[in-house]
Design a binder for this molecule. Sequence first.
Ligand code: 13P
Length: 278
Amino acid sequence: MKELLAQADAGGYAIPAFNYSDLWEMEAIVSAAQELRSPVMIASNLQVIQTHGVTRLAKLGAAAAAQADVPVINHLDHCFEEDVCLAAIEAGYPSVMIDKSHCCLEENIDAAKRVVAKAAEKGVDVEAEIGRIKGKSVEGVYTGDDFLVDVPSAVRIAEQTGITSLAVGIGNAHGFYKEKPEINFRRLQEVNEAVRIPLVLHGGTGIPQEDIQKAIRLGINKVNIGTQLHYRYVTTLRKILSEQPEICNVVDLMLPVLNAIKEDVKRGILMCMSDHKV
Ligand code: 13P
């Protein structure tokens, strides 16, 4: 992952990381990446891992990566629980995210250090987060500039923990944006000047392409996209079910869904400018 991020940095593009919940989404991501010759991350969150099991997902991700002819990195996304991060490392995930951004800086740093120590034994990459990605669940509701990454904290977590990459809260949010997202490019630039490791932009769904590409120019090396794929999945499936209720073969039902998701993955890849890089 480190090498891919460095190549992205040098080449002026970002590694796209797409969230999957099941095999159909995973297949859509990997086959779009292959068609567009893009490196890609396939990311599962805690809920998905708790449903399917960390060992199974580690093996499925490894099989997908082994069969693909482009780099495919299986990644544990937004893991708020340290023990699950450690279990994912043990099970063979090559990349994990420990997310203690909702805790105080000291706790965030300490948790990242512990995960990095375990990850280092297996050559696994670790992402952490600083500032807050506005959104749901444990991430809380932030107002004003509460969510913004502050530069000294970013420097401390980057320098004191050994993490591979750092997700930054710069006005981005998970899920669909209610209003046009206000990305704080100035803060991004300040963090990028102060921090040596690659920076990650979460909440890719709904950020306009020009803003994503500007963020990439200002130092973002990885962009996460999830909601758009899940939305396409559910809305396409719902339409087919209502228009063709006679279909009860799952593959017949799901192939159009897979193809629809794949188109969104391709749009995400083009937005990250990572196509034709491998
Ligand atoms: P979206 O679901 O808003 O695209 O964000 C994805 C993400 O950041 C996952 O970590």
